[in-house]
Write a protein that binds this ligand. Structure first.
Ligand SMILES: [Zn+2]
Length: 533
C-alpha cells in the first residue's frame, strides 16, 4: 500500500484552492479503526457532495450514530455527543456510497476465486450496495444476511436471481409460461428481492414472468437478447429496468439486424462481434428509438447500461494491459480472460481493428441514446458486470463506468447521481439510501480528492496528479508557467474510507488484503503447474 500511504501524506489538502503548506499535513489524524463497528463516528471538516447532482458544500462535520447519519453541521462548541472514533476529512470529499446495479459474485465461475477478493475490491471502489443479477441462490441469500448483520466485510447485497438459478443443478426448466410463473413464485417464497430475466425470450414467456412478478410484488430487470421479445415487449409488458444495450436498438430497427448468413448465435465471436454493429444498422429509425425512450420514461423503466463491461471490444490492447493487473489481478481471472472459444465473453481470438472501429461507433450511438433517455427524465444507473470480459475487474469496472458516463455527455455530478441516488431508487431504497442527509443510512465515501474535478480519483489504484511545491493543484491552474520547476507529477487520489452502515473500512487495508490474496493465488498456481521435481 505504498502509493496509498504516499497519497495520504501528500493529499492532506487536495482542493485546488486550499493552500495549507504540506509540512502541516496531518499524516495520521484519524482515530477510526478499520472494519470496527462504532456507536458514534465523527467525520470532521469534509467537503460534502450531498447526492442527486447537487454541487459540493463545506466544510461540514457529519456525526454517524448506530449506522445512520445523525447530525450534519459544525461539531464545535461541545453541543454534539462525543464520538467513539473520528475521521479527519480535511481537504477530502465525502459522497454517498455507490450502488452497483449489475454484478455477480464468482467463486467458481471464473475458476476458484476467494470471495473476499471481490468483496474487498468492490468496497475499495466505493461500492456499498451490490445488486446481484444472477448467481448461486442460496449462497447469495446467506451472504446478504451476513452482510446485513456485519458478520462479513462486504457491500450490502440485493438479490435478483435469474429463474435458472432456482432450478436444481443439472436440471433444466421447461419453456412454458406456466413454469415461468411457478419459478417466480418460488423466488418470492425463497426470499429474492427481485427477478433478473435473460433473453432470448419469447413474448408469451415475458408476459407470464412479468405478470407473475407483479402479482407477488417482485421488481424485475432484464438482459434482453436477440430473440422474439425486444425492449419494446419488455417495456410494454412492465419490466422495471433494462441492463446493457441489447434489445433497445433492436426495438428501433425498421425490420431486423442485417445478420450475415454464417451468423451463429452460440459462437461468442459472432454474438459479440455483431452486437457491436447493432446501433449503427442502416435501418435504425431514430424516431422509433426516441419513442421507445419516451415510453421507458413514462413507465419508469430504468436503464443500467454497464458501459464499462464491453470496453475491451473497442480497445482490446488497453484492456489487456491495465497497470493494476501487476499486483491486483487474481491468476484465476487472468486465466479466464484469455481468448477462448468456450468461455463466456472471451471472444478475442483473431479480434480485428475493424471490429474495434465498429464497436467504437456503436458506443457513440448507444451513449447518445443513454443521454437522450436521461434528458427525457429517465433513470440511469451504474453497473459493472465484472469478471467476464478483459478489463472489467471487480470494483475497477465501476470506477471506469463513471468515466464512461462522463464520456456519454453527463456532468460528473450527474454521473455521481447515477451511481448513488438513482441506484437507490432502482432498488427501492431512495427514502433512506443514496444521499448524505440526516436520517439516511450512513453509507459514505471519504475521497482523497475532488471527484467533480477528476472522476479518476475514485479508482482504487489512484491516479497521477499535478503537485506544485508539494501541494496538489488543478493542472489548468494559472500559477503554473511552462517549464516551472516546482511542478511534479505525483500519484494520489483513491478512496480513503468506504463507510457502510456506519462501519468504516480503510481502503488501503482492503487493497493490501487483495494483494495478499493475489500473491497467495499466484503461489498456489505456480505449485500446481510446475513440473514435479
Ligand atoms: Zn451480468
Amino acid at each position: 500500500m505504498r502509493y496509498m500511504m504516499r497519497a495520504a501524506l501528500l493529499l492532506a489538502a487536495v482542493s485546488a484552492l486550499v493552500s495549507a503548506p504540506a509540512a502541516q499535513a496531518p499524516s495520521s489524524a484519524t482515530t477510526a479503526v478499520h472494519a470496527r463497528q462504532v456507536k458514534r463516528l465523527l467525520i470532521r471538516n469534509a467537503m460534502v457532495i450531498p447526492g442527486p447532482a447537487v454541487p459540493p458544500s463545506g466544510p461540514i462535520d457529519i456525526l454517524l450514530e448506530d449506522g445512520l447519519i445523525a447530525r450534519m453541521g459544525s461539531s464545535a462548541g461541545g453541543r454534539w455527543p462525543s464520538a467513539d472514533a473520528t475521521i479527519d476529512a480535511t481537504g477530502k470529499y465525502v459522497m454517498p456510497g455507490i450502488v452497483n446495479t449489475h454484478m455477480h459474485w464468482h467463486e467458481e465461475r471464473v475458476g476458484p476465486l476467494p470471495i473476499q477478493y471481490e468483496r474487498d475490491l468492490y468496497l475499495a471502489a466505493g461500492v456499498t450496495t451490490a445488486r446481484e443479477v444472477g448467481g448461486d441462490f442460496e449462497k447469495t441469500k446467506q451472504w446478504r444476511a451476513e452482510s446485513a448483520a456485519h458478520k462479513i466485510v462486504a457491500p450490502r447485497i440485493v438479490h435478483y436471481p435469474m429463474l435458472a438459478n432456482l432450478v436444481k443443478p443439472g436440471e433444466t426448466f421447461n419453456a412454458s409460461p406456466a413454469e415461468h410463473r411457478a419459478l417466480v413464485r418460488q423466488a418470492k417464497e425463497r426470499g429474492a428481492d427481485g427477478i433478473k430475466l435473460i433473453g432470448p425470450m419469447d413474448r408469451d414467456q415475458v408476459a407470464a414472468t412479468l405478470d407473475e412478478a407483479r402479482k407477488v410484488g417482485l421488481p424485475t430487470t432484464v438482459h434482453v437478447a436477440v430473440g422474439e421479445a425486444t425492449a419494446r415487449d419488455f417495456v410494454d409488458l412492465g419490466v422495471n429496468c433494462i441492463e446493457h444495450f441489447y434489445g433497445v436498438a433492436d426495438a428501433a430497427l425498421d425490420g431486423i439486424q442485417d445478420f450475415p448468413p454464417e451468423m451463429n448465435y452460440a459462437n461468442e465471436i459472432h454474438r459479440f462481434g455483431r452486437a457491436g454493429e447493432l446501433y449503427t444498422q442502416k435501418n435504425l429509425n431514430p424516431e422509433k428509438l426516441s419513442k421507445l425512450l419516451d415510453d421507458m420514461v413514462a413507465k419508469h423503466v430504468a436503464w443500467s447500461p454497464t458501459m464499462s463491461t464491453y470496453e475491451a471490444a473497442r480497445d482490446l490492447i488497453r484492456a489487456q494491459n491495465l497497470p493494476w493487473y501487476k499486483e491486483l489481478l487474481h491468476p484465476s481471472l487472468e486465466e479466464y480472460y484469455k481468448p477462448s472459444m468456450t468461455r463466456h465473453g472471451t471472444f478475442w481470438t483473431g479480434w480485428t481493428a475493424t471490429q474495434e472501429v465498429r464497436w467504437r461507433k456503436n458506443y457513440q450511438v448507444w451513449m447518445a441514446a443513454v443521454r437522450e433517455f436521461a434528458l427525457k427524465g429517465g433513470i440511469v444507473t451504474t453497473g459493472d458486470d465484472a469478471g467476464y470480459l478483459y478489463g472489467s475487474l471487480y470494483g475497477f469496472g465501476i470506477s471506469r463506468e463513471l468515466e464512461l458516463h462522463e464520456e456519454a455527455g453527463f456532468h460528473p455530478l450527474e454521473v455521481l447521481q447515477h451511481a448513488t441516488s438513482n441506484g437507490a431508487k432502482v432498488i427501492g431504497m431512495e427514502d433512506r439510501l443514496g444521499r448524505v442527509r440526516v436520517g439516511f443510512i450512513a453509507d459514505l465515501l471519504v475521497i482523497n480528492g475532488n471527484p467533480i474535478e477528476n472522476l479518476r480519483v475514485m479508482n482504487p489504484y489512484g491516479t497521477d496528479r499535478m503537485s506544485y511545491n508539494g501541494q496538489i493543484i488543478d493542472n489548468y491552474s494559472g500559477i503554473v508557467k511552462p517549464g516551472d520547476p516546482n511542478v511534479k507529477s505525483v500519484h494520489g487520489g483513491g478512496i480513503e474510507w468506504t463507510i457502510k452502515d456506519g462501519i468504516p473500512y480503510h481502503v488501503p487495508a482492503l487493497v493490501a488484503e487483495v494483494k495478499d490474496l493475489v500473491a497467495k493465488g499466484r503461489g498456489e498456481r505456480t505449485r500446481t503447474t510446475s513440473p514435479q521435481q
